[in-house]
Design a protein around this ligand. Structure first.
Ligand SMILES: [Zn+2]
Length: 54
């Protein structure tokens, strides 16, 4: 089960969701739902605390 990094909403059935490694440390896996991308909600890396997208 995967959850959006910002809203903690499950993205299991979200075909617009994405996941990628943190651009700062390349170790934290960040999951973003389609909605979070559309409204450009911030995410925080669980590994290093990096905030994006900025
Ligand atoms: Zn990070």
């Amino acid at each position: 089960m995967k959850f959006d990094a910002s809203t903690n909403v499950s993205v299991a059935n979200d075909d617009g969701s994405v996941q990628f490694l943190c651009p700062a440390c390349s170790k934290g896996m960040i999951v973003r739902s389609k909605v979070s991308r559309q409204i450009v909600v911030k995410y925080v890396c669980p590994h290093c605390g990096f905030e994006g997208p900025n």
